[in-house]
Design a protein around this ligand. Structure first.
Ligand SMILES: [Zn+2]
Length: 410
């Protein structure tokens, strides 16, 4: 188990609304076929410029001609990872990551142009070409909301996301973590109905989104969702009224959850396609998802007890298995398994809550260690455990302190 293996990590993190059983279901899917040919990865020098927040200037743009599914295509961008067989992970100007097999690549040309992220206008133009002229754009300080629903709903989303953005930055600053500014606008697609959203998601994911009401696509770095009022609200007040109903709470939590994934991957807190254990990625997203719809300024919800996950954890605590923590740290599959999923999410929330409250410095250092990892390298269970104990101490000790702490949470 020693050698690092590679796989294309599950590309999609998307959530469903609560089912009849009240279970918060998450799906992890591959957004692209696995990169099977890639056995040994050599890190391109350019990868360093991404991993270390742009400290090393990009030296070239790669212009790649490739054939996929019988269609010839071109893409330009900076190489993030290069494989020995000629394959590469390329970051295009719009932030989309292209995973190109050596076999599909027909030609690569390089030039000395530095990488430049596309502007909001450029992204808007190409998305309108892709999605249709009925889509409008709403730009905020950090977001580009692309929508075909009411303008009021797009504005509501933009305002919600900006508040989350500010609260997210302030939260990490308070923990001594300096986040980077996103290199381009954060894109959210908002469809007018579940039907149009599902049709798009089928193309974007390659599968039916089923009951997922929104998802974050780690490949495109975009959040995709539909108008939760189904275009039935035309004023900010109507939207607030509809979304403040108790039953809507989990749905709003989901769109915040997805936006949290996007923020974490766009500000250097996490690295796309690096080995990000689910307990960290999902635990962080559920940690931040507590909505605060009442205030229009600020965000009082961050760091509050997530009552939904806490209730689930309390129910799980008495039947926690002996190696529960070890499973949480190493077995991402248990997050996808319907039988264990709800327990895993609640334990991930609880562990993040505990570590952020009690060991914030170690937690920040641990996140930095994960973020510095090379994309597409999957770590073994042993390596994950070693990472964890290096930061937080031996597992039995952490588990004991964790259990004692959670018994005091109200
Ligand atoms: Zn998630």
């Amino acid at each position: 188990m020693g050698g690092a293996s590679t796989k294309l990590n599950a590309g999609i993190r998307g959530e469903r609304p609560p089912t009849e059983q009240g279970v918060f279901v998450t799906q992890q899917q591959h957004s692209h076929r696995p990169w099977r040919q890639l056995h040994v990865i050599t890190i391109g020098l350019l990868a360093l410029s991404m991993l270390f927040g742009g400290a090393v200037p990009a030296i070239a743009l790669e212009h790649v001609r490739f054939v996929r599914d019988g269609v010839e295509r071109h893409v330009s961008g900076e190489a993030v990872v290069k494989a020995q067989d000629g394959g590469m992970m390329l970051r295009a100007a719009d932030g989309v990551l292209w995973l190109l097999d050596g076999e599909e690549i027909k030609e690569v040309r390089s030039d000395e142009q530095p990488f430049r992220h596309a502007t909001a206008d450029e992204i808007a133009k190409s998305l309108r070409e892709e999605l249709g002229a009925e889509f409008s754009m709403h730009g905020t300080a950090h977001y580009l909301i692309v929508y075909n629903t009411s303008e009021a709903y797009a504005r509501w989303c933009g305002a919600l996301y900006e508040r989350l953005f500010r609260a997210f930055q302030a939260y990490w600053k308070g923990k001594g973590v300096e986040l980077s500014e996103p290199s381009g606008p954060l894109v959210a697609l908002v469809f007018d109905s579940r039907r149009t959203y599902s049709a798009f998601a089928k193309r974007d994911l390659g599968v039916d989104p089923g009951g997922m009401i929104g998802y974050y696509n780690v490949r495109t770095n975009r959040v995709n969702m539909y108008d939760l009022t189904e275009a039935g609200a035309h004023s900010a007040q109507q939207i607030r009224q509809m979304l403040m109903r108790p039953l809507a709470e989990r749905n709003v939590a989901t769109i915040i959850h997805e936006a949290t994934h996007q923020l974490a991957y766009s500000t250097g807190l996490q690295t796309r396609y690096a080995d990000n254990p689910f307990w960290v990625s999902e635990g962080l997203a559920v940690y931040f998802e507590t909505p605060d719809l009442r205030s229009t300024k600020g965000w009082r919800g961050i760091g509050a007890v997530n009552q939904f996950q806490f209730a689930q954890f309390r129910q799980y605590a008495p039947r926690r298995i002996d190696n529960s923590l070890q499973r949480l740290l190493t077995d991402d599959g248990a997050f996808r398994n319907g039988g264990t999923q709800a327990d895993m999410y609640s334990e991930a929330w609880a562990l993040n809550y505990f570590l952020l409250k009690r060991h914030p410095d170690q937690y920040s250092q641990y996140l930095a260690k994960l973020a510095a990892r090379t994309p597409l390298i999957t770590l073994s269970a042993e390596q994950r455990l070693a990472d964890f104990t290096e930061s937080f101490g031996p597992l039995p000790q952490v588990d004991q302190e964790f259990a004692r702490f959670m018994a005091t949470v109200r």
